[in-house]
Ligand binder design. Sequence first.
Ligand code: SF4
Ligand code: ZN
Length: 311
Amino acid sequence: MKCRSCGKKAAINMRHHKLALCGEHYLEWLPGQVEHAIRKYRMFTRSDRLLLAVSGGKDSLSLWDILWRLGFQADGLYIGLGIDEGIAYSAESERLTRQFAQERGLTLHAVDFPREYGKSIPALAGRSLRGQEKPCSVCGLAKRHVMNRVAREQAYDVLVTGHNLDDEAAVLLGNTLNWIPGYLLRQAPVLEASRPGMVRKAKPLCRVYEREMAAYALLRGIEYVYDECPFAAGSNTNYYKELLNKLELDRPSAKLNFYLAFLQAKENGLFAPQADPKAENLHSCPTCGQATTTPGDCTFCRMLGRIHRGP
Ligand code: SF4
Ligand code: ZN
């Protein structure tokens, strides 16, 4: 297989794009794809201050590298979750994230969740690795809260995450199989800050395959944490990703088509905003000021309140 640009040996063959490229041309091509998505979905401009959530994984670190190379003003936010049972997952993620930022002279904010909120994520969820259930819903809630809090406190214009096409297609499959209109309505490359207390969110990698991000990290020599969070194994999202990978193998570009056709259907009015009754009930949490649909305090503040009051 030869590079379409120069004829040298290809480093990656992307059947879904009918395109093979050598390392050098791939490292030029991918940032161009990301910039195209940023413009197409009007995510942000070079004058915006961006806060990028970085986990130490290949997607967020590679995205930071791409935004930096493209000349965007992106600072990082690392959230230490205290997931260090069995393997030092959080400690290693933080080490690699700090190393990445230091090597490029980039600004990194770090929030140590157990220190600031009194408990690690597994402890907050009341479970350990030996437990039956996963702490993912608590973790998701906590991460969203902290990301939004830091973005507001530091007056960032946009909160950026490294969700790739595989992540988005898997979530979409789950939401479609369960037909959850509210979630389908809110799944988008950009989420506007429609209420006070909310920060605008963007996902510049939403059209980039996970495999493409892994190739980018490898070719750029980015050192990232290879291990997944120990709680990710056996999750619904991973199961949907496996299903979509099988589909993609037989039908190249099935994942991309699935996601893009969904966005097109939404643009054509398939999910009207009135389909989300929850959006009507949004108000500011009296404790933390973030937007919530629950009466009184938001779910995160209620959870913390319960922990601090004790059983
Ligand atoms: Fe949090 Fe790990 Fe679950 Fe991801 S897999 S939501 S990092 S606990
Ligand atoms: Zn709150």
